[in-house]
Design a protein around this ligand. Structure first.
Ligand code: NAD
Ligand code: UGA
Length: 443
């Protein structure tokens, strides 16, 4: 099938490559000319396991094209995906300007019937706005061609995006048009082989499903973080509690890992956006507001521990930091907990020696060169001359470090572990002070 994808970011690029791999002819359109040129040269703008060979092989096979030529893109695809960003605007609502700009573009160039698919995460009612925008432009042009707007939210996780798209656990399709449903079934047939994964529903329910999924996951995390803070005060170990509750299949082990707060481009913005959506229809979403508040506080947790350990005096202290990305296997630092930590350390007069397996360039891009930030080439060199070590991201490379070396390198042998990677008893035996999240003791 001929498909066009507007927006070549995490979602658009991965979705496009995965669709091309199964034989669809995919044209990707982006307004970022540099990104398009780089992709044509085989330079992939994001780090995502398995993505580079997938993009390169499908580009070389001619099934995947990159362009800034919107007219060409609109002409090409029977299905037009909108996969552009929906960042928060000033009040936390999803900013739809990029989505509506694509709707306008499609309407400006379409000469035949199109299925327009909202792949971006968009508030309930957005499909109606997209339809109104397209209808208005078509009327202005005096062109009478049919179109449908479908909601098809994306559930991929960064760091596992290719695998998630190739083997989705569900494909939600919001439409009430049986012919459109059939086209979407045909498009996704290669991913729907072993058991039925398509869940077809009305458009508004599909739009709300996406927010409900992310908000449920964020709620689980904030709940565990709340209990971990209690565990700290009560002398209990959250890791034992986690296993104790996760073994109940009604609760399950997934997404109940306490830590230094959830980050990334989605949970923080999507929880906020659903709060605003609720308030706009006169409903106060108490639970969601607390999920957000607990997370904001949790992101300050590591700093609070470090500050308390050094008795409020961080002036001139050097802190080694392992992990900058918001989670492992990505270079994405959007809303990462490491940023809150670094910014608070700097404000208190400390400096940071940081290492991350993939996010060093992104850190440099965000913060530039500054005297209180040293980007180190290895996790070991980040320790040299540092006063303490903080771990923010659970990269595999940090899971079994040489504790003797850590002890020798740090002027204060202490680890603040934002992801509960280490065994507190083992570290105490080795003579390293250890502060995890909810591990039975406060600093
Ligand atoms: P992104 O910021 O990585 O990429 C967006 C791309 O759209 C950019 O390359 C930008 O140049 C391009 N763009 C902007 N305006 C355009 C226009 N008018 N025409 C063509 N291209 C245009 O965004 P992302 O992380 O891929 O997220 C996209 C959407 O998918 C968001 O709504 C997000 O919430 C949702 N989502 C993201 C993830 C994720 O893991 N990143 C997962 C599921 C859903
Ligand atoms: C999340 C969802 O998992 C995807 O299903 C969704 O498609 C995506 O948002 C989106 O809408 O963009 P992502 O943000 O890539 O995916 O990453 P997650 O693995 O969900 O992690 C998000 C944050 O939660 C990370 O900071 C992670 O460290 C934290 N987390 C996760 C915890 O603190 N504890 C956990 O148990 C799980």
């Amino acid at each position: 099938m001929k498909v066009t994808v507007f927006g070549i970011g995490y979602v658009g690029l991965v979705q496009a490559a995965v669709l091309a791999e199964v034989g669809h002819e995919v044209v990707c359109v982006d307004v970022n000319a540099e990104r398009v040129e780089n992709l044509k040269q085989g330079d992939i703008p994001i780090y995502e396991p398995g993505l580079t060979p997938l993009v390169q092989s499908n580009y070389e096979a001619g099934r995947l094209q990159f362009t800034t030529d919107a007219a060409f893109g609109v002409k090409h695809g029977k299905v037009q995906f909108i996969a552009v960003g929906t960042p928060p605007d000033e009040d936390g609502s999803a900013d739809l300007q990029y989505v509506l700009a694509v709707a306008k573009t499609v309407a400006t160039y379409m000469e035949s019937a199109k299925i327009i698919v909202d792949k971006s995460t968009v508030p309930v009612g957005t499909a109606d706005k997209v339809a109104a925008c397209v209808a208005e432009v078509l009327a202005e042009r005096g062109v009478d061609v049919g179109f449908d707007v479908v909601s098809n939210p994306e559930f991929l996780k960064e760091g596992a995006a290719v695998a998630d798209c190739q083997r989705p656990d569900r494909i939600v399709i919001g439409t009430d048009n049986p012919a459109v449903e059939n086209t979407m079934r045909e498009l996704y047939a290669p991913f729907n082989r072993n058991h039925e994964k398509l869940i077809v529903m009305d458009v508004r329910s599909a739009e709300l499903t996406k927010y409900a999924a992310n908000c449920m996951l964020a709620t689980k995390i904030s709940f565990m973080n709340e209990i971990s803070n209690l565990a700290e005060k009560l002398g209990a170990d959250i890791e034992k509690v986690r296993q104790g509750i996760g073994s109940d299949p009604r609760i399950g082990y997934h997404f109940i890992y306490p830590g230094c707060g959830y980050g990334g481009s989605c949970f923080p913005k999507d929880v906020q956006a659903l709060v605003r959506t609720a308030e706009k229809v006169g409903y106060t979403p108490e639970l969601l507001k607390s999920v957000e508040a607990v997370n904001s506080r949790q992101k300050e947790k590591l700093f609070t521990h470090v500050e308390a350990y050094f008795k409020g005096d961080l002036q001139g202290k050097r802190i080694a930091l392992w992990g900058l990305s918001f989670k492992p296997n990505t270079d994405d630092m959007r809303d990462a907990s490491s940023r809150v930590l670094m910014e608070k350390l700097w404000a208190a007069g400390a400096s940071v020696q940081a290492y991350d397996p993939e996010a060093m360039n992104e850190t440099q891009r965000i913060y530039g060169t500054r005297p209180d930030l040293s980007l180190m080439g290895t996790k070991e060199s980040a320790l040299n001359g540092a006063d303490a070590l903080v771990v923010c991201t659970e990269w595999n490379a940090f899971k079994a470090p040489d504790f003797e070396l850590i002890k020798e390198a740090l002027s204060h042998p202490v680890i603040f572990d934002g992801r509960n990677l280490y065994d507190p008893v083992l570290l105490e035996e080795q003579g390293i002070a250890y502060y995890g999240i909810g591990r039975g003791r406060s600093v």
